[in-house]
Design a protein around this ligand. Structure first.
Ligand SMILES: NC(=O)C1=CN([C@@H]2O[C@H](COP(=O)(O)OP(=O)(O)OC[C@H]3O[C@@H](n4cnc5c(N)ncnc54)[C@H](O)[C@@H]3O)[C@@H](O)[C@H]2O)C=CC1
Ligand SMILES: O=C(O)CCC(=O)C(=O)O
Length: 524
């Protein structure tokens, strides 16, 4: 039974795909309520309240995936998750519209002083002259961060007749031109904007982006909005600008500390606040919960996820194209690792023929994970394989060749060890499967699966018979056998597929046959 912990409040409708699956048990409880069972969950779903720290990940020893029902993953230690081989996914666009609409609601509230007027009327006052606002029409809106939410805010601003200026160092010219906004420098935005709204993630670069220096560059009477992450606008730095009237008003949905407690900003009449409500709509909550639930289900079915933070993302289309090579590469990694039972410094991978045109990042990671699996005690998978290889001083490289060398596609793997070099070449043939077509310098053709027995010997009459007799005497059935040699009478190999694995004693018996040089059990 798969166990999923849903640690924050989430839409039941969104979780329906998980709740309906009889192979899955969904536990909707806080982390503190299941402390004794943390090692039993396969997946963890959170919003922003639960902090997925390294300590929590250490306790969740069976965890494979963390799903964030929302955009920001600043409550998740993604580096630690990556080290532990835990996939982190989010729901990148389920709450975009809601947050853009909330930003607009905040903007309107700010310039028309709606919350203040509301409180006044509720206090049985009728003071129309105290709440004179300004129009949005014709005003200059500065948007810092022009991703999903920023661009939805821009569309709405244009409908209101506003002039939109955008600052986003990662925005391509083509995209900006397509949307038709004025892309400018941060300084130009700060100097022109009547209203500034931030829509970036909270990063080292964006923390305190609107701090004392940049606030001083804004127009007198500017309005500021933060519906992204607390800290992008420096809360302490705002205070003197509000006190001297340089900043006409601020709308905050998010805070450096949530909840903000008795924060000095809350005392200002012209600071409008909401308790992190950007994504709090029925629609957004259904959307994000559905997105993570479906992604988690997909992942648990062994298929690739499309919105991972720490894995290369794959569309269904791309996944279908690479799936066969992904499996072949994994098997090749496992074979090479077992054959090279010594320290390895470098792994070189060449993709040839049709596979060279595909997205190979995932295939390479699959190969590395297969290679590292027999060598490391901790979980190793596509999430952390490249990181673990680096940690262990194993360099890896990818090369691409349009020429498939007699095959429609092939993957060649060369492993450079301390004492020897090992080469393996595999191909995937539609309707036939994975085949290893070169093994350690020998042309051969075998399926890389099951209990394999590799024997390197001298090409002499009777060798196959001797091996067959010993295995037969010990009730070991040979399912398939392939042979290869470099030249008649020279070095030769046999690759046997057996119905059961060999024990150590039988391996020793085979090693004692004269003219046999190497006997290796390989399990795929
Ligand atoms: N208040 C709430 O409830 C919600 C808040 N959010 C927050 O809103 C923010 C934006 O979300 P999305 O638009 O979905 O993200 P996104 O990833 O689509 O867009 C972020 C944009 O910021 C830009 N950016 C990054 N560093 C920058 C820098 N130093 N200066 C200027 N631009 C920079 C990126 O190039 C990107 O275009 C995130 O912080 C997210 O966590 C999202 C949903 C709900
Ligand atoms: O879960 C929530 O409501 C917060 C949403 C949010 O901040 C995000 O998606 O980044």
């Amino acid at each position: 039974m798969i166990r999923i912990l849903v640690a924050d409040a989430m839409s039941e409708e969104g979780l329906a795909p998980l709740l309906a699956d009889p192979t899955i048990e969904v536990v909707q409880k806080k982390v503190s309520e299941v402390e004794d069972e943390l090692d039993q969950f396969d997946a963890l779903l959170v919003r922003s309240a639960t902090k997925v720290t390294e300590q929590l990940l250490q306790k969740m020893t069976n965890l494979k995936i963390v799903g964030r029902a929302g955009v920001g993953v600043d409550n998740i230690d993604v580096d630690a998750a990556t080290r532990y081989g835990v996939v982190v996914i989010n729901a990148p666009n389920g709450n975009t519209i809601s947050t853009a609409e909330h930003t607009f609601a905040m903007m309107a509230s700010l310039v028309r002083r709606i919350p203040q007027a509301h409180i006044s009327v509720k206090s049985r006052e009728w003071n129309r002259s105290a709440f004179v606002g300004v129009e949005l029409f014709g005003k200059h809106l500065g948007i810092i961060g022009f991703g999903r939410i920023g661009s939805e805010v821009a569309k709405r601003a244009r409908a209101f007749g506003m002039h939109v200026h955008v600052y986003d160092p990662f925005l391509t010219k083509v995209r900006a031109e397509k949307i038709g906004v004025d892309v400018c420098t941060l300084d130009a935005l700060l100097a022109q904007a009547d209203i500034i709204t931030v829509h970036t993630p909270l990063t080292k670069e964006t923390k305190g982006l609107l701090g004392p220096k940049n606030l001083a560059k804004t127009k007198k009477g500017v309005y500021l909005i933060n519906c992204a992450r607390g800290g992008i606008i420096d809360e302490q730095a705002l205070i003197p600008f509000l006190e001297n009237g340089h900043v006409a008003g601020v709308a905050l949905d998010v805070f450096e500390q949530e909840p903000p407690g008795d924060h000095p900003l809350l005392s200002f009449d012209n600071v409008v606040v909401t308790p992190h409500l950007g994504a709090s709509t029925v629609e957004a909550q259904v959307n994000v919960a559905t997105q993570v639930a479906e992604e988690v289900l997909t992942f648990l079915q062994g298929k690739p996820v499309t919105s991972s933070i720490n894995l290369p993302t794959l569309s269904k289309d791309v996944y279908e194209k690479i799936q066969a090579f992904y499996t072949l590469a994994r098997k090749m990694g496992i074979l090479a690792s077992q054959y090279m039972s010594e320290p390895v410094q470098e792994i070189a991978i060449t993709y040839s023929g049709s596979v060279a045109d595909l997205e190979t990042t995932f295939i390479t990671r699959s190969l590395l994970a297969g290679f590292l699996k027999p060598r490391v005690a901790s979980t190793v998978n596509e999430v952390n394989a490249a990181m673990i290889a680096k940690e262990r001083g194993i360099a890896f490289s990818e090369k691409f060749s349009a020429n498939g060398n007699d095959y429609n596609n092939s993957i060649t793997l060369t492993v450079y060890g301390e004492n020897k070099t090992f080469t393996l070449k595999g191909t995937h043939i539609a309707h036939y499967g994975d085949r290893i077509v070169h093994f350690n310098g020998f042309a051969i053709d075998f399926a890389p699966e099951g209990h394999l027995l590799y024997i390197q010997h001298h090409d002499k009459p009777g060798m196959i018979g001797k091996v067959g007799n010993i295995l037969g005497d010990h009730q070991v059935n040979i399912a398939t056998m392939q042979v290869g040699r470099q030249e008649a009478g020279g070095k030769a190999i046999m690759m046997l597929s057996l119905d059961k694995p060999l024990d150590d004693a039988l391996v020793e018996t085979l090693e004692q046959i004269s003219d046999i040089d190497v006997v290796k059990r390989l399990e795929v």
